[in-house]
Design a binder for this molecule. Structure first.
Ligand SMILES: NC(=O)c1ccc[n+]([C@@H]2O[C@H](COP(=O)([O-])OP(=O)(O)OC[C@H]3O[C@@H](n4cnc5c(N)ncnc54)[C@H](OP(=O)(O)O)[C@@H]3O)[C@@H](O)[C@H]2O)c1
Length: 354
């Protein structure tokens, strides 16, 4: 198949491309804004695979995703399916304009481009956190006027509606991963966001406190201890996405979520050990204590991630279970050992704790 991808130079995209190229009949056409980065990604593949990676410069925030008319002409009628992964994955409230430009306008431009290229199938990678402030995720569209924690979630919900509005022009399916973490076998993760941004913020704070020798105190981190963090390994997400051309149904939404996610307290304990952050303690948000200045700083450093430590969400994934039925992909079972290995790998950068 001829598959067109956005976001291939990202964390998930790199893994997905690797999977797709394992099928020797696949050619991948990647839209990238940074050609040098894409060339070094291509260089990491076997020679035979490199020949099947075709790089196109563009930018999804621009009309036609920034592709030249020559490129559009050359690609028209050639592409079987588009995987749209490119996005800005940040949870900051003050990035609303940038988030809507990349995530909403970017999706609009990619859909318009797919229409111009006469593509028949469009796979949109959204997020399980389009669930917003609801506590149970369903494999259906959510209302656009729901309550959201941040403009990232809102931009993704609105983009999903946009994608479904193209149902009369092409087959569209939506995939919603939860929090993507490293490879389930190696722990490898090429990411600085979500859990990795959280780890880095904790690591930076810890290093600063380490410099104050002889200080005996604990720092309280506020989280719902029995809430859950829905982590999914990047290889599981890529495996499911790779099945899409063969198995995905049009107009369906697929949750790529963890049916047995770890409790926050377990996850934070693993992080604490991996970062050797002995004087970190976790407290519930009871309002019965006052955080001191340092603790306020610690908690504000991780402010954007706190919503994902606040509750215990559940996600249906019946559509995904049906999609993987009869394939080599098994329904996710992530052991504590695997999570611990992924966290430890994420906390090590060039042999040093982050
Ligand atoms: N990571 C998670 O935990 C998570 C969870 C749920 C859903 N998702 C979704 O999964 C998808 C991939 O996420 P990820 O973690 O792989 O993100 P990532 O590592 O940040 O990669 C984002 C990709 O999008 C590209 N991109 C961003 N803006 C662009 C633009 N204006 N034009 C062209 N390309 C642009 C980036 O290109 P550059 O290399 O040039 O920066 C990069 O290839 C996203 O749609 C995200 O919303 C991620």
């Amino acid at each position: 198949m001829n598959l067109f991808l956005t976001g291939s130079t990202g964390f998930l995209g790199g893994k997905l491309i690797k999977n797709l190229l394992q099928n020797k009949a696949n050619e991948v056409y990647i839209l990238v804004r940074n050609v040098e980065k894409a060339e070094s990604l291509r260089d990491s593949f076997l020679l035979e695979e490199q020949k099947r990676i075709h790089i196109f410069q563009g930018d999804i925030t621009r009309p036609k995703a920034g592709l030249s008319e020559d490129d559009i002409e050359w690609l028209t009628g050639k592409i079987d399916a588009v995987y749209h992964l490119a996005a800005l994955v940040k949870f900051d409230l003050d990035l609303r304009d940038e988030l809507f430009a990349a995530n909403y306008d970017g999706t609009k431009h990619t859909l318009e481009l797919a229409t111009r290229l006469a593509v028949k199938t469009f796979y949109y990678v959204s997020t399980a956190y389009t669930v917003g402030k609801l506590t149970h995720g369903v494999e259906e569209l959510y209302p656009t006027d729901g309550e959201f924690h941040n403009p990232y979630e809102e931009s993704k919900v609105k983009s999903e509606h946009l994608v479904f509005s193209y149902r009369d022009k092409m087959n569209v399916s939506i995939f919603r991963p939860a929090i993507i973490v490293g490879d389930s076998k190696t722990g490898e993760a090429d990411s600085q966001f979500t859990l990795y941004g959280f780890m880095r913020a904790l690591g930076v704070f810890k290093r600063k406190t380490d410099r104050r020798k002889g200080e005996e105190r604990t720092y309280r981190l506020v989280a719902a201890k029995n809430g859950t963090s829905n982590l999914v390994p990047v290889d599981y997400v890529a495996d499911i996405l790779s099945l899409a051309p063969e198995k995905a149904e049009a107009s369906k939404i697929y949750h790529i979520t963890n049916p047995n996610p770890p409790e926050n307290i377990e996850l934070l304990q693993m992080l604490k050990e991996a970062l050797a952050f002995k004087n970190l303690s976790v407290v519930e948000n009871t309002g019965e204590y006052v955080l001191d200045e340092e603790e306020v700083r610690l908690n504000s450093l991780i402010e954007v991630f706190r919503v994902y430590l606040a509750g215990a969400l559940t996600f249906e994934d019946r559509n995904t279970q049906n999609l993987i039925k009869g394939t080599s992909v098994s329904h996710l079972e992530m052991s504590d050992e695997t999570i611990d290995m992924i966290i430890r790998a994420g906390c090590q950068v060039e042999g040093k704790v982050v």
